[in-house]
Every structure is written in structure tokens, then in C-alpha cells.
Design a protein around this ligand. Structure first.
Ligand code: GLN
Length: 616
């Protein structure tokens, strides 16, 4: 049998989790919760640690697939659902957002309003469950279960035994529910709400679920594994805010001080911790401390936080890396092949076109250096290209800043060109709202940087160069016929023939055998490289005075591109047979022609090399 050789390296991140798991396995402090009788059956030695990053990396060590009931970890997620169902203001009228420093089962209501202090203590959580929409308790429960499914990417179920066990013994939670009814925080019969609360606490999950749920919150509500939105982005800050201040009950202050991540624990031994924008951690170990938090869960999160510098308040500055490249058109030209006089003009005036290749997630702090740079652009700059190809996302604030700068540039008579904005629909929406019917005029969108750059170069050349007359052999204005005497040109004319194409007509197809060298007398042709997906990439554009088709004639390989007339085009062309005949009758002329060809290839190669070195 053929054994396939594979090399695999262990990720140092995985290795760290394994080591942490070994290190914490020896700790046996704390006790498994027993006040819900069914929870007492947990194996106290279970220990699972899992990290899921906001871009979908997964790392696991230990019992990460052992299911347990999520208990209080359900609270912030159900709070998010209540926010979506009722809106922030209605929810705030019923449940506060102040940490209490009390135990999770404290009956902590505001004496004046009867509102629970926050949604993480049981009183607030039960009130929150009462805010979930749905005609019947069953529908409400199903909506809660479905929501958890979006967060975890897995169908979740309720552990009936744990639910029944808590329902049979949960008199204190029932008392809390009646208190909430007394203050009209709950309306109607409070008992079904208490049951739904017991059921949501008895939803089964494992460490990977917790870490994925946390990573979804870290990723502004978008599950990084499934790509599904679990909660509207605007509510994520509220859920995480509450987790940050109240998630660890009467240990919340110390937790935020030491570990520095919004988190939520449950009495079955789970902890979910979120580092916004970066990752989620899920830990499970059933032995609890006196606050009701998993002993080894807290240790795992503290160690990872210290080890990997995860503390929320210990963030590095955003740096200046959102401008990936900055070029002028003089430094980096478009793929359009330009005539000598055009190249000279672009070299001389190209500083008036500046291209910015942007990258990353644009929010206030990352957009600000770009805006600062743009406001300082020199007065001679007439066109600015903003290339968003490497921008992952842009928030409303960043979009507004670009809108403001666009308006200023526009009234100063500067062109602003936006490239590759398809993947950030938000920008179009914001500009459309703010610019109204001026949007089409001001918001100039190009598919890619190259087409935008061509537009700017054309614009610039129109301004600085007088138009050319139609070319012909003899007028000494084809680049390839430089240096020939008028007698030689008379001879050459006999070997060339004139041919014309209408706009859109194909001149040659990829795969065609090499036939002719074309000198463009009038019009414009573009060269398209066919891609596998049936589309094509435009490689170059030629205008009057230039030659094309020469490479295939030189190396006799078939054409690898499609060449199309963009507008009505005329060429003087020489066939391969005629070129051979020219060599036989007038070898000196042929040598000169080949020298000119070599020169033109040199200048193309030089341009390509220079640009490649800028990208290195
Ligand atoms: N169902 C549990 C209770 O209400 C949840 C408490 C917790 O996990 N801290 O007592």
C-alpha cells in the first residue's frame, strides 16, 4: 500500500491548552453544586478548555465535548433576545444594569421600582425570560433554543432530568417570580415564566459550544464558523457590557480587574469568556467556589489572559497599518500599455494621482490615520484612488468620515475614486442616505484599482497632451518604426496591410496560432486573459501608435489572451510570411524592426520590474 506522507506540526496554541489542562487537572478545590439534585451527579474531575477565535480558529483540550447544562450562562444570551424582541428602552424599564455584588440567587430588587438590579442575578434573568416574545411558553422556549442554535452552530436540547430536578426544588426562584409579579415586572401568571427559565438553564452544551457562542459575541454577533448572525450587532455591546460588570456575580469586580474579559459562569461548572474582536473561551469543570464559579474555570481564564495578554484594557495602539500601500501614478502605473510620449507625461505629472490601498477593519481609530493623511494631500493632487480590496469591514462612523472628506474633495475639484467596495455594502448605504441623488455623481465606483488608475491616467493625459492624428506607415509615428529612412518606410509599406474592426469585434482569440504583428493606427484594443471561472482579467490596453501581437510572432506560441477592439479600430499589420519575406529581401530592415521590438519589450519589462519591486 502507498502510504501518503503528511507532515503535521502541533500548533503552539493547542500545546498551551494541553499543558494548561495537565496543570489544572491536579486541582481539586471546590464542590460540585448539589442544590439542584441532578447536578450532583456530575463527575467532579471533568475539565475541558476550548478557544474559538473571531475568525474561526478552534483549539480544544480535555473534555470539550462533554455536555452539561449551561445554567446561568443562558442569561446574557436570553437578555440579547429580549433586547431584540422589545428594544433597549422597554427592557431597561423592567431590568436595571447595575452590578449588585450580591449572590446570584439574591432577591435584589430596587425598593422604589421593584426592578431587578441586573439581568445576571436570578431575579433579573427571570424578568428577562418574561420579555421573550411568543404566544405560548412552548413557542418562547423554542425561540430561545433556536437562538442558542445560531450561537453554537448546533441544534441544542433541554436536559429533561436536570430541568425536572430544578423545577421540583426551585422554590426560591418561584418566590422571586412572585415578587416580580407583585411589582408588575412580570405580568400574568409568573409560574410559566419560572418554568421557561428552568428550561433555558437546563439547555445542554459543551465547551466547544460555549467557546463558539463567546466567539460569536466577540465577532459582533456573527458566528465565525457558520457565518450565521445570532444577534443584531447593535445589541452585542449591551450583552457584553452586562457580562463585564455582572457576569461573575459577587466576583465580577475582581474578575474584570484580573482577567479583564466579559464572562458568564453557570452552576454546572461552565464559563464563557469573550475578548471582543478577538476570541471566545469556553471552560468546563464542575467544582465551584463559594461564589458559584468554577474553580478551575477561573484559573484557566486567568492563566490564558496573563499568558496571551488578553486583558481587555491592555490593548496595543492600532498603529498605521491600514494604509497598505501608497503610490503615485508616476511610481505605479496601470496595466495600460502607453505610448512613449504618454509614459513621459505620466512620469512627469503622475504625482497628481495618488492611490491608497487600504486594509483591515475600519472604525474610528483605524479610519482616523487615513483621514489625517488625506486631509494633508498636497494641492497638486487632482485624483485620489481609495482601494478597499483588503478592507474587511467599515462601521458607520468610518463611512461617515469618508463621506465628509469626499464632500470636501469634491468641492475642491478633486476626483475621488472608490475601488472594490462591493464587499462593504455599508459604505454605499451610508453614502446613498447622505448624498441622496448626488450619490451617483459623487460616489465614483470602479471594479478594481487598475481600471480606476487607467481612468486617472486618461484624465491626466487629456489635460497635458495634445491629441494625435491618425497613424500611418511613413509618417514615422509608430514606435516600432522609429529610425527608418523614408525610403525604407516606402519598402515597409509594401509588406504591411491595413485592416479594420468595429467596436466589440475580436481581433484574436486565446489559443489562436500566431499570425501577425499589429501596429495600431487608430482606436483602442484591450487584452483579456481568460480565467477558469469563465470570466476574464483585463491585462492591457493599447492605443494608437503601439504594437501588439509581437510576442506570439517572436516565440511562435499560440496567443494566450483574447484581443478585442474597444472602439472602431484600424491597424497596419505584417503577417509572419511577409516578415520572413522581408528578411530575405531586406535583411537590414528586418534586423532594425526586430531591434525596435526588443526595445519595446525592454521598456515593458522595466516597468513591470519597477512595479513588482514596489510591491515586495
Ligand atoms: N438554574 C440556576 C438557578 O437559578 C442557575 C444559577 C447559576 O447558574 N448560577 O439557581
Amino acid at each position: 500500500m502507498n502510504e501518503e506522507k503528511t507532515t503535521s506540526f502541533e500548533s503552539p496554541i493547542h500545546a498551551r491548552l494541553q499543558a494548561l489542562h495537565r496543570e489544572l487537572s491536579g486541582i481539586s478545590e471546590g464542590d460540585v453544586a448539589t442544590y439542584i439534585p441532578e447536578l450532583a451527579k456530575a463527575n467532579p474531575d471533568w475539565l475541558g478548555i476550548c478557544v474559538v477565535t473571531a475568525n474561526g480558529g478552534i483549539y480544544e483540550a480535555g473534555d470539550t465535548r462533554q455536555t452539561f447544562t449551561i445554567q446561568s450562562i443562558s442569561k446574557p444570551f436570553v437578555y440579547g433576545l429580549a433586547l431584540e424582541d422589545q428594544g433597549r428602552e422597554s427592557v431597561l424599564r423592567k431590568v436595571g444594569v447595575e452590578p449588585t455584588g450580591d449572590a446570584f440567587n439574591s432577591i435584589s430588587l430596587d425598593p422604589d421600582t421593584g426592578c431587578p438590579r441586573n439581568p445576571m442575578i436570578n431575579a433579573g434573568a427571570i424578568a428577562t425570560t418574561g420579555l421573550v416574545e411568543g404566544k405560548t411558553p412552548l413557542i418562547r422556549l423554542q425561540r430561545i433554543i433556536d437562538m442558542f442554535g445560531k450561537y453554537s452552530g448546533r441544534t441544542m436540547t433541554v436536559d429533561e432530568a436536570v430541568y425536572r430536578s430544578e423545577s421540583a426544588t426551585g422554590h426560591r426562584n418561584r418566590a422571586i417570580s412572585y415578587m416580580l409579579r407583585n411589582f408588575d415586572i412580570l405580568t400574568g401568571d409568573p409560574m410559566p415564566v419560572a418554568e421557561t427559565y428552568f428550561q433555558q438553564c437546563a439547555i445542554l452544551g459543551h465547551c466547544l459550544d460555549l467557546a463558539t457562542m463567546a466567539a460569536t459575541l466577540a465577532n459582533r454577533g456573527l458566528n465565525p464558523i457558520t457565518g450565521q448572525q445570532a444577534i443584531r450587532g447593535e445589541y452585542v455591546e449591551s450583552v457584553l457590557g452586562i457580562m463585564g460588570t455582572c457576569g461573575m456575580y459577587d466576583y465580577a469586580g475582581q474578575w474584570l480587574y484580573e482577567v479583564g474579559m466579559p464572562a458568564k459562569s453557570g452552576v454546572a461548572g461552565g464559563i464563557a469568556a469573550v475578548l471582543p474582536g478577538q476570541l471566545g473561551i469556553g471552560v468546563f469543570s464542575p467544582r465551584l467556589d463559594k461564589h458559584g464559579n468554577s474553580v478551575r474555570g477561573i484559573r484557566a481564564c486567568s492563566e490564558l489572559s496573563r499568558d496571551w495578554d488578553l486583558h481587555l484594557f491592555n490593548r496595543a495602539g492600532v498603529g498605521n497599518s491600514m494604509i497598505r500601500h501608497r503610490f503615485t501614478a508616476a511610481e505605479y502605473g496601470s496595466s495600460r500599455v502607453r505610448a512613449a510620449r504618454e509614459r513621459v507625461a505620466i512620469g512627469k505629472h503622475g504625482n497628481s494621482v495618488v492611490q491608497y490601498q487600504l486594509q483591515g477593519n475600519l472604525v474610528f481609530a483605524t479610519a482616523e490615520p487615513i483621514i489625517r493623511e488625506l486631509t494633508a494631500v498636497p494641492a497638486e493632487v487632482e485624483s485620489i484612488i481609495l482601494d478597499f480590496h483588503y478592507v474587511h469591514s467599515m462601521n458607520e462612523t468610518a463611512c461617515r468620515l469618508f463621506h465628509d472628506i469626499l464632500l470636501q474633495f469634491h468641492s475642491a475639484g478633486r476626483n475621488v475614486l472608490f475601488c472594490a467596495v462591493n464587499s462593504i455594502p455599508h459604505l454605499r448605504r451610508v453614502l446613498k442616505t447622505k448624498l441622496g441623488n448626488r450619490c451617483d455623481e459623487l460616489f465614483r465606483v470602479f471594479e478594481d484599482n487598475d481600471t480606476a488608475l487607467q481612468w486617472c491616467e486618461d484624465h491626466l493625459l487629456e489635460r497635458v497632451l495634445p491629441p494625435l492624428p491618425e497613424m500611418s506607415i511613413g509618417a514615422d509615428n509608430y514606435e516600432l518604426l522609429n529610425g527608418f529612412s523614408s525610403d525604407e518606410l516606402v519598402i515597409l509599406r509594401k509588406f504591411f496591410e491595413r485592416r479594420e474592426w468595429k467596436a466589440g469585434e475580436t481581433i484574436c482569440n486565446a489559443g489562436d496560432a500566431a499570425r501577425e504583428i499589429y501596429l495600431l493606427a487608430r482606436g483602442r484594443v484591450s487584452v483579456h486573459y481568460p480565467l477558469e471561472n469563465g470570466r476574464s482579467k483585463r491585462l492591457a490596453v493599447f492605443t494608437a501608435g503601439m504594437a501588439f501581437g509581437e510576442m506570439a510572432v517572436l516565440d511562435r506560441a499560440p496567443h494566450y489572451t483574447n484581443i478585442v477592439a474597444d472602439i472602431h479600430t484600424a491597424c497596419d499589420l505584417i503577417s509572419m510570411a511577409k516578415l520572413i519575406a522581408l528578411g530575405i529581401s531586406y535583411p537590414k530592415i528586418k534586423i532594425r524592426l526586430l531591434e525596435n521590438l526588443a526595445l519595446s519589450l525592454c521598456s515593458k519589462l522595466r516597468k513591470a520590474n519597477q512595479e513588482a519591486s514596489l510591491l515586495a
